[in-house]
Each structure stands twice: as structure tokens, then as C-alpha cells.
Design a protein around this ligand. Structure first.
Ligand SMILES: NC(=O)c1ccc[n+]([C@@H]2O[C@H](COP(=O)([O-])OP(=O)(O)OC[C@H]3O[C@@H](n4cnc5c(N)ncnc54)[C@H](O)[C@@H]3O)[C@@H](O)[C@H]2O)c1
Length: 409
């Protein structure tokens, strides 16, 4: 067994993501014993006393506090998970960087690109490691799709289509959580789901260079939910109503930059939080001159692949993710035994911790968060101006860039 290195973990905010990050840290010695990293859950912060109790008594943190600054001040905390609502990301991200802590922060980083930029500046200035909650990147089928595209197997990528459709607010009496107000969340489904989709496009085929967008708010008001109780999936009967201040649906036409693997390719990207029927259908289809593929998170262990243009076998093959795809073999010994959402967070934790100890740099980083935020901001600007909006390129991302010597099939 590899010698073990203890890494002290601080958690800020014990909601859904706080729980998922904590489970991910706890899984590291079991799923990746060869890393020799043992996360130690030191202290968790939340304004809700009930959630602090939960962090200590159920998740296993040694201590709890209502003030996140206590987490950042601790010398025995090496890395911090920032799982707070969006409006706190900039303040906490900047404070974490100033305290010299590596941080794993949830997406979107802040309420828009301006917030994200302040965290990016602070992290780059302090030289601390950052990782972003862009979990769909780590799906083994997505890692394999990325390899296929980079190796030229699909030929020249001409176009792509992504739909991130969720039903978490399809019920009109669905809770008005912090996600629905400008002050607490920033944009609506653009930051919440479209940012994930944009990051997938950046990761697998390359950076977006220009955007034309439309958005729509389907439900103008909803029953108010209290911060720190329940989830944004809750339905509230007879509650006091409050206004929805951001969009439920967004659509974009995008063109990739000439630096992308798929230079100049065109795509349509849609996101909705109010679809009826599509539950968490996060779908990406990519079309090339030699083949195409499609993936959907609702069936995240499958990749649909078409590589023949002529002959009897034209059409899609359904491939099950297995040990030869991404990190699959760390979870299951054979294809067909499915991985799930929480496993993607375990992979994310691994990439973050490896970046922290300096053994690998394949984590998403604060530059990736800024790049995705710029695209979502451009969409809002396009809606306001009814015009195409250009997106600046961001140095230091992990976007799929054009190979110097392009390979073909
Ligand atoms: N990567 C993903 O797939 C994914 C999924 C869900 C949420 N998220 C992101 O994770 C973040 C958190 O979302 P969530 O669903 O876990 O939220 P949540 O509402 O479940 O939890 C938020 C927690 O923050 C706490 N909080 C509020 N003010 C605080 C303060 N001042 N200090 C400390 N804690 C405070 C609340 O009490 C609550 O416990 C958001 O940015 C969201 O966009 C990402």
C-alpha cells in the first residue's frame, strides 16, 4: 500500500453539494488507494445549525461553525470545498485564495462573469489550485468521446447540438429557492445548466467564439422557500408567492473559435429547468464528416457512435462504458454495471486532490469557469441587443484546442 498523506478538508455550506463533496472525499482512499491520499474532514460551515449538526453527526466532520472564515483560518485545513449559493462564491473564493487554500468551488462561480473574474484574479495572484464542479466532464463515455474527436476518428467536426433539459422546476408550485433571484443566483438556467453544457463543449471540442441567444421565463412567480431548508426540488402548497427574476429556458446558436479541435464548427445549445418528461436529460450530439456520436446523462454509461458512411452497417452502435473508458475501472470491474452521478464527483475530487499534491493537472480550473461564464454572459447580452456577441478567449483553460498536426481517420 502507498504511504498515506493526510489532507485536511474544510467544507463551506452543507446543502446538496456539500453532502456530495463530502462523500467524494470519503471515497478517495477506497476508489483510488494508489494515490496515497487520505482526506480528513476537519470543519464544516453553514448558517443553519441543523446542517452543522448533520455535518458533524452524519457526514463526519470533527467540528462545525456558522462562520466560514473560521474554516479558512484553520491551519489544519489544506483544501476547501465551496458549496455555497452563487451570491457567496466571489466573497468566499477570494477569501480562500487570500488564505492560501486550494479550493474546489461549485459552478457557476458567482453570479456572472464579473464575479468569476474576481475569483480568477485572486486565485491566479495567490497561485492556489482551483477545481470547478463541472462534473459531466468526468463521465467515462465523455472522456472517450473526447479521445475519439481529438484523434480525428469523426473526421472534421461540422456541427453539434446540446440540450440540458431538467424538470426540477416544471411544477408551478416548485419552490422559489435562491436559484430564482438575481441577487442570490445571477442568471437562471444559463448559469445553472447551460454553464455545464458550455463547459462540456469547451472540454470535448473547443472554445465558443460567438453567440446568438434567446431566453424565456415560463413561470413568473413561485412559492417562497427558506434558505437552508429543503431542496430546490420541493413543491410548496399554499406558500407566499415571490417573483422569478431569471430565465427558465435559454437557447443559443454558437460558433467555435478557430483554435478549437473542431475549428469554426456550429452548434445549437438549449437548457431548461421546466421541461415535463425530460428529468435530467443532459444530451450532447456531435457530427463529423466521418462519423457522429451522442451521449445523454440519463444514460450516462452509454455512448451512441456511428463511424460508417456506407455499407450495411450505417447507423448507431450503442457502446456501454467499461473499464477501458476514463476512470470506469476504478469503480466497477466490467461494463454494464453502471456508475452514477456521485461517482463523477469522486473523480472530480481525485483530480482536485492530485492537483493539490502536485501529481497531476487534469482538473478543471478557475479559467474554465471564467470561459463558461463569459459565454453565458454573452448570451444575456445577445438577448438584450438582439445581436451576435463575440466571446473573448481565456488563457489557461483545459479546452480542447486544435492539434498542431491534425490527425485524420
Ligand atoms: N455541479 C453540479 O451538478 C451542481 C448541482 C447542484 C448544485 N450545484 C451548485 O452548488 C452550489 C450549492 O447548491 P446546492 O444545491 O448544494 O444548494 P443548497 O441550497 O442545497 O445548499 C446551500 C447551503 O448553503 C448554506 N448557506 C447559505 N448562506 C451561507 C453562509 N453565509 N455561509 C455558509 N453557508 C451558507 C445554506 O444554509 C444551505 O445549507 C450552487 O452554486 C449550485 O449552482 C452544482
Amino acid at each position: 500500500m502507498a504511504p498515506q498523506r493526510e489532507v485536511g478538508v474544510g467544507l463551506i455550506s452543507v446543502g446538496w453539494m456539500g453532502k456530495v463533496h463530502s462523500r467524494a472525499y470519503q471515497s478517495i482512499p477506497v476508489v483510488y488507494p494508489e494515490l496515497g491520499i487520505t482526506p480528513k474532514l476537519v470543519i464544516a460551515a453553514d448558517t443553519s445549525l441543523e446542517r452543522i449538526d448533520y455535518a458533524k453527526n452524519v457526514l463526519g466532520y470533527a467540528e462545525g461553525t456558522q462562520d466560514y472564515r473560521e474554516v479558512l483560518a484553520r491551519e489544519d485545513v489544506d483544501v476547501v470545498s465551496i458549496c455555497a449559493p452563487n451570491f457567496l462564491h466571489a466573497e468566499i473564493g477570494i477569501a480562500a485564495a487570500a488564505a492560501g487554500k486550494a479550493f474546489w468551488i461549485e459552478k457557476p462561480v458567482g453570479r456572472g462573469a464579473a464575479d468569476t473574474k474576481t475569483v480568477q484574479d485572486a486565485a491566479l495572484k495567490a497561485g492556489v489550485v482551483s477545481s470547478i464542479g463541472f462534473n459531466y466532464r468526468h463521465a467515462p463515455a465523455i472522456e472517450y468521446a473526447k479521445e475519439l474527436i481529438a484523434s480525428g476518428k469523426l473526421g472534421r467536426i461540422t456541427n453539434f447540438r446540446g440540450t440540458f433539459f431538467a424538470d426540477y422546476s416544471s411544477e408551478p408550485k416548485g419552490a422559489l429557492s435562491w436559484r430564482f433571484t438575481r441577487e442570490l443566483a445571477g442568471s437562471g438556467v444559463l448559469g445553472d445548466l447551460m454553464g455545464h453544457l458550455v463547459d462540456l463543449v469547451h472540454y470535448v471540442i473547443g472554445p465558443v467564439a460567438e453567440v446568438s441567444a434567446l431566453t424565456e421565463t415560463v413561470y413568473a412567480e413561485r412559492p417562497i422557500a427558506q434558505m437552508g431548508s429543503g431542496t430546490h426540488f420541493d413543491i410548496i402548497e399554499d406558500g407566499e408567492m415571490g417573483p422569478v427574476e431569471n430565465e427558465d429556458y435559454a437557447a443559443m446558436l454558437v460558433r467555435l473559435s478557430n483554435k478549437a479541435v473542431a475549428e469554426g464548427a456550429i452548434g445549437t445549445l438549449e437548457a431548461s429547468r421546466v421541461t415535463v418528461g425530460k428529468r435530467a436529460s443532459y444530451n450532447l450530439e456531435i457530427y463529423g464528416t466521418e462519423g457522429s456520436l451522442s451521449w445523454d446523462f440519463e444514460r450516462m454509461n452509454e455512448l451512441h457512435l456511428a463511424l460508417d458512411r456506407t455499407g450495411a452497417h450505417v447507423g448507431y452502435q450503442r457502446i456501454m462504458a467499461g473499464p477501458q473508458f476514463g476512470d470506469f475501472s476504478h469503480f466497477q470491474p466490467g461494463a454494464g454495471t453502471s456508475m452514477g452521478y456521485d461517482d463523477l464527483k469522486v473523480i472530480e475530487a481525485k483530480k482536485f486532490l492530485q492537483a493539490y499534491v502536485g501529481t497531476a493537472r487534469d482538473n478543471s480550473n478557475i479559467n474554465d469557469a471564467y470561459a463558461a461564464a463569459l459565454v453565458c454572459d454573452a448570451a444575456e447580452q445577445s438577448v438584450a441587443t438582439k445581436a451576435w456577441v463575440s466571446v473573448d478567449s481565456v488563457p489557461g483553460t483545459t479546452a480542447a484546442l486544435k492539434l498542431r498536426t491534425p490527425q485524420t481517420k
